[in-house]
Structures are given as structure tokens and as C-alpha cells.
Design a protein around this ligand. Structure first.
Ligand code: SF4
Ligand code: SF4
Length: 288
């Protein structure tokens, strides 16, 4: 199973819209059962990670270390993560004799298979257009099963709505970051670090959002703060807003009027507490 992009994929692909019909069915009795999970190349989305780490009761860092490998999603070095496989075995670590051991929380790519999804935004358009494509791999016998279904109904069957909702906003951030061009400038390593945390390290986002430094700058009401402490879906949606604000300067989260002053004051106190710091008597903007 792979999430190879359409253009350079060796797979047989056919573009589809929601009302197009495919012939496909996957089930436990099929002769190729589990074949697709024995050699994987699966990119995880932030919502995939949220679901899986929750399933295993792991922190973000524990899940990332145990089950994922970082990689660069493009030539600029945009950070992505994939499911990690053993050095000598390309099978998915979640594969069991009975099939997928994380089925209720399986990643987006697995839900869609044997469909793939591509989102594109045309010039002069403010919305993305989703295009689906059928992936036909030789080992997959599901295409020979006598069941036809529309793309729309297949999506329903695989319960992809919540995944799509969360993934859409994240993909828009990626597209925007890639097309930032000269107005925003080439992405910096620091912006990629922030993108990594905001996308994949939800516990890091929570710590950041609940820190004194954050509340000095951002104006969140008490109910929102409480929700962000306990509701990870709300936290991830908030994280996407934060990414847009920090990476693109969008006004997605209210900022306090005296934010800069407070940050300078906090930094000044921190520096004074470090007697060896040569800047201890200075709290200029570059230190903020
Ligand atoms: S997560 Fe489940 S469905 Fe996806 S590749 Fe792994 S075992 Fe297969
Ligand atoms: S039918 Fe295709 S998707 Fe289903 S188990 Fe076989 S190879 Fe995997």
C-alpha cells in the first residue's frame, strides 16, 4: 500500500469524481487478504497521528519515536512523517494475522485505498477541488469482486469525513507554504520546526498553548483554554490556526494589545536571572 502521488506513480490510475462508480470490494475471505499491508509507504497526517497515539495511550513523542520516520515532503525540506517499518520487513507494524490491528483508527491512506485523493486549487479560485483516482495494483484482487459503488458511497463506507475535514485544512497550510514565494520568503529551518510541532506533536502544542509566554501574547478566554486542555481535536484545529498565524501572519487568534511589552518584560526578567548573560541589562526587540 502506497500513497505515491498520481503523476509519478507506477500504478494504473483513473481520475474519478464523487458520482463515478468503481468496482471494488475488500473483505477478509479474499485471497489477497493483507497483501497490501505487507509492503507499505504510508505518510501520516496530523489527524492520523492523533487517532493512533490516543489508541495506544502514548504521548506524541512516544508515538513518533516508536512508530514513525521523518522524511522531507518536497525539495524545500517540508517535514513529513511516515509509518516506520522494520529494516528487514516492509510490512506495516500494525498488521496482524487477523488483518489491521488498528482498523477503527487506520490512517487516511488506508481508508481510501483503493482510491487515492488529490486536492488542487486552480488559479483565481479560493476553494480546492478534490479529484479521486483508482489505484490498481497487480496483487489486489478487490477489483475483480462483483460489487460496484460510487466514490461518494465508498467514502461513507470507509468513514473518511472527519479525516477529510481535518486533512483539508492542513493540506491548505502545506500548499500555502510551498507557494509562499518571494512575498513570504524561502521557508526557514525554524518555520519548519514550528510546522513539525504544530502538525505532529500535539502534546508540544498543548504545552506551548498553556505556557505563560503564550498567554502573554494571545488573548484566549477561559472556556477555550479549558477545552484545549482536554479536547485533542479542538487542540489540533487550534494548532492549524496557530500555524497560519505564525507562518503566514494571518489574524486567526486574537493577540493582546500589550503583548510585546509583556514579552519584553518577561525576557528581561529571565535574562537578569542569568548573571553570566552579557545581555542582562538589555531587553531590546531582538531578544524578544
Ligand atoms: S494501518 Fe492497517 S490498513 Fe493501514 S497498512 Fe497498516 S495494517 Fe494495513
Ligand atoms: S483486496 Fe486489495 S485492499 Fe483488500 S486485502 Fe486484498 S490487496 Fe488489500
Amino acid at each position: 500500500m502506497s500513497d505515491s502521488p498520481l503523476d509519478d506513480s507506477p500504478l494504473q490510475t483513473v481520475k474519478l469524481s464523487l458520482d463515478d462508480t468503481i468496482q471494488f470490494r475488500c473483505h477478509k475471505e479474499i485471497a489477497c487478504f493483507n497483501e497490501c499491508c505487507k509492503r507499505i509507504d504510508i505518510t501520516l497526517t496530523p489527524y492520523d497521528i492523533l487517532r493512533l497515539k490516543k489508541r495506544f495511550g502514548l504521548t506524541s513523542n512516544e508515538f513518533l519515536a516508536q512508530y514513525t520516520l521523518p522524511y522531507e515532503m518536497d525539495g524545500d525540506g517540508m517535514p513529513g512523517v511516515k509509518i516506520k517499518t522494520a529494516d528487514d520487513n516492509p510490512a506495516c507494524p500494525f498488521l496482524s494475522e487477523e488483518g489491521c490491528s488498528v482498523y477503527e483508527d487506520r490512517p487516511t491512506v488506508c481508508r481510501y485505498y483503493a482510491l487515492g485523493l488529490m486536492s488542487m486549487r486552480h488559479e483565481n479560485s479560493s476553494t480546492d477541488e478534490d479529484t479521486y483516482f483508482l489505484i490498481k495494483e497487480d496483487h489486489c484482487l478487490g477489483h475483480n469482486e462483483p460489487r460496484t459503488i460510487t466514490v461518494r458511497d465508498y467514502r461513507k463506507e470507509q468513514v473518511v469525513d472527519q479525516y477529510d475535514e481535518m486533512n483539508r485544512e492542513w493540506r491548505q497550510i502545506i500548499l500555502k507554504k510551498r507557494s509562499a514565494g518571494p512575498t513570504i520568503g524561502k521557508p526557514t529551518p525554524r518555520s519548519f520546526q514550528f510546522f513539525f510541532m504544530g502538525s505532529y506533536n500535539l502534546d508540544g502544542v498543548r504545552d506551548f498553548v498553556l505556557s505563560d509566554g503564550f498567554s502573554d501574547v494571545y488573548d484566549l478566554d477561559a472556556a477555550t483554554v479549558e477545552q484545549l486542555k482536554t479536547d485533542e481535536v479542538a487542540l489540533l484545529k487550534f494548532s492549524f490556526k496557530l500555524l497560519k498565524q505564525v507562518l503566514f501572519g494571518e489574524n486567526t487568534i486574537p493577540v493582546k494589545g500589550d503583548a510585546m511589552q509583556k514579552r519584553v518584560q518577561r525576557r528581561r526578567e529571565q535574562v537578569k536571572a542569568e548573571p553570566d548573560n552579557p545581555n542582562k541589562d538589555y531587553a531590546g526587540p531582538e531578544m524578544v
